[in-house]
Design a protein around this ligand. Sequence first.
Ligand code: ADP
Length: 319
Amino acid sequence: MPAVITLGELLIDFVSTRAGVSLEEAPAFEKAAGGAPANVAVGTARLGVTSAFLGKVGEDAFGRFLARTLKENGVDISGLCFSREARTMLAFVSLQASGERDFEFYRSPSADILYTPEEVHTALLQQARVFHFGSISLISEPSRSATLYAVETARQAGALISYDPNLRLNLWADEHAAREGIRLGWPLAHVIKVSEEELAFLSGMEDITQGAQALWHPELKLLVVTRGKDGCAYFTPDFNGEIPGFPVHAVDTTGAGDGFVAGMLAGLSEQLLASLDQTRLHEILRFANAVGALTTTRRGAIPALPRRQEVEAFLAQAG
Ligand code: ADP
């Protein structure tokens, strides 16, 4: 029975073999498994917490590669569907000299978009302690309805609902559609993780505390704002605080946010939020910061996600 279930996009990232160039100039691409919710499922499994992934890929070589990658990493894929109508979503990615990522998505439509409410593995979902989703599956129908159905089912079964909006502006029609779409998931979540940039975009405010207050909702128990190398800030109905990051030699920040979420959900799946005091929350978020930091020390997302032993050794050394 999986403790953590994630739902959303599972795709191939074709990453330019040469860094510092645009997609136009990229000479070749290396294939890697991608998709934030899938990274979170692998991340939690690596930390020794059982996980499952719900979503849809194409009945093609890339879909089979992704299914195998999740399975080899210990993720339950009994709720993963295969489409004969559409192919697996692809993204081409290059890290430009400016540090900005150049992205092009192939999904018109891709299999992940065709995931329907009827395909959601309801019985599995009803067993989860934590349910986590993102905003990419909220962009188009029918995956939007499938996502909202899954959130509602998990909520009714008493799961903790976690949301990472993960803004990808070029997948939405425009900024207005992105704000509106992301807000669909917002009031349904007990735990939300956003980056500093996402909070500013959604709230229209640069100040983190003001932004967090503006976006607060009555059912929210924990809002975490990640701040890259500076760690994170958190807000709860009873207390707020900041947890500094860990100095590491970062080589690729891909997947840092997903690693952070995996670390946080691993902790929250073991302890109910209602019984969480500030000391324990600090421990959990410090652990999440360590997972995020370690993820930046290796290339890629899934290959970079650390195991529990590595995180514990890192924390012990950091003192
Ligand atoms: P996202 O990847 O979602 O944009 P962040 O860049 O804020 O999110 O990173 C998520 C978390 O990963 C941070 O809160 C921090 O704990 C860790 N992290 C990210 N970048 C670094 C870095 N350069 N050095 C140390 N830790 C980092």
